[in-house]
Design a protein around this ligand. Structure first.
Ligand code: ZN
Length: 120
């Protein structure tokens, strides 16, 4: 019984410290972000999603390349489909496009073509 009481006290302290941490983090967020977060949480939805290989982890739809670049640059950006705030997974390599797709979409400018020819 005493051990259970000690455990409950420890959990109470942990919950209080977590609540204090949450409040301190919320104080640093812009009001618009907090409103969006609270609205999504009230609907039991996560308000953030990771981006892997250019795909939103929330709705699993491909994101525009410009949006992924903005998120990678550090801008606060939301998915155009599900509205979640996006973040890049740190261990994802920058060149996540498959080699075959990259080869199809690579079109060098005339100056780059000349430079590439000199390299060959
Ligand atoms: Zn999404």
């Amino acid at each position: 019984m005493e051990q259970r009481l000690t455990t409950l006290k420890r959990e109470g302290r942990a919950a209080a410290s977590v609540t204090a941490l949450i409040e301190s983090l919320r104080a640093n967020l812009p009001l618009g972000v907090l409103i969006t977060h609270d609205r999504m949480r009230s609907r039991d939805r996560r308000c953030v999603a990771e981006v892997r290989h250019g795909v939103c982890g929330g709705c699993h739809l491909a994101l525009a390349v410009g949006n992924v670049a903005a998120v990678r640059h550090g801008d606060l950006h939301r998915c155009g489909n599900c509205g979640r705030y996006l973040f890049i997974v740190e261990d994802e390599p920058a060149a996540a496009v498959p080699a075959s797709a990259a080869a199809r979409s690579f079109r060098p400018s005339p100056a780059e073509s000349a430079r590439l020819r000199q390299m060959l």
